[in-house]
Design a binder for this molecule. Structure first.
Ligand SMILES: [Fe+2]
Length: 287
């Protein structure tokens, strides 16, 4: 069964969020939502999430799942905000516990910050399956960018998060804590072993040399033939050398510090202080 996929592009963070729904019927899942955050003022905004909610409500859809491909480092998740308005279970990869352990230390979180993934409704393992109405979803563990990265294959559509990007842009960086270019190469082979006609929906787009429009949909066949980092059967050695050299030149994403603190809590802010005010930390020389 082929799901219908509607994309929402957030230009501020180059993130693509998706609503994936039954071709007939009303069940849907939301993948990788965005809570807008202005770093300079520390203010959140729900404009991006409200667009998704308006679509879902306008079409009369039932949100069964709110899925995260991983703990994002470049935008805040709107999962709890959306869940409050539409329902649905928040899911992420089982290895979220590894990410929580790493960043629990970086942000010097106290014992009230549980490192067991219990902030999420569902922790997925490799090989798990789930349903969106009549659609079947399969879970691939595809680490490398982060230890908890998942690819959700729903019908003939694979939501690959930050693994592969569009063929002319390549692949995701692997230099965050717990990342590994060798592991990403192996994860990508798993994605490329899906049937050639499998639709691939990427987690970000940054345009690419010679392309002035944003794009987010491609196929396994196109990736195998055209991906500039990994296509045409590039070897693991070639990939690792290219990826590590490129990562050494990249700065940190603008929103990495707020994003990690919020996303490792399933999109919740840290607990408010006794006056009800919420603060995010800015660790110095830690990342
Ligand atoms: Fe990411």
């Amino acid at each position: 069964m082929k799901p219908f996929v509607k994309a929402f592009f957030d230009e501020a963070t180059n993130t693509v969020s998706y609503v994936v729904r039954e071709p007939e019927g009303r069940a849907c899942a939301i993948v990788d939502s965005v809570l807008d955050f202005d770093h300079a003022s520390g203010r959140t905004d729900t404009r991006s999430a409200d667009e998704i909610i308006a679509y879902v409500q306008g079409e009369g859809l039932n949100v069964e799942w709110i899925l995260e491909s991983h703990v994002h480092a470049d935008h805040l998740s709107a999962a709890p905000y959306i869940q409050e308005k539409t329902g649905g279970k928040i899911g992420i990869g089982r290895n979220i516990t590894v990410v929580q352990d790493t960043f629990g230390k970086v942000f010097n979180e106290g014992t009230e910050f549980q490192r067991d993934g219990s902030q999420f409704d569902q922790l997925f393992d490799e090989g798990d399956s789930f349903h969106v109405g009549q659609l079947r979803g399969d879970v691939l563990h595809t680490p490398g960018h982060t230890p908890a990265c998942l690819t959700y294959v729903i019908g003939d559509a694979a939501f690959v998060g930050d693994t592969l990007f569009m063929p002319d842009f390549g692949t995701a960086r692997c230099d965050f804590p717990g990342g590994s270019s060798k592991t990403l190469y192996e994860s990508i082979q798993k994605i490329l072993s899906l049937p050639d006609e499998t639709r691939i929906y990427v987690g970000h787009d940054y345009k690419a040399p010679g392309r002035d429009e944003y794009a987010w949909e491609t196929t396994v066949g196109e990736q195998k033939a055209l991906n500039v980092h990994i296509g045409q059967g590039k070897s693991i050695e070639e990939f690792v050398q290219m990826r590590d050299a490129r990562d050494a030149t990249l700065g940190m994403p603008r929103l990495i510090l707020p994003s990690l603190q919020v996303n490792m809590r399933a999109g919740q802010m840290p607990p408010a202080d006794e006056k009800g005010d919420v603060f995010l930390k800015l660790p110095v020389n830690k990342i």
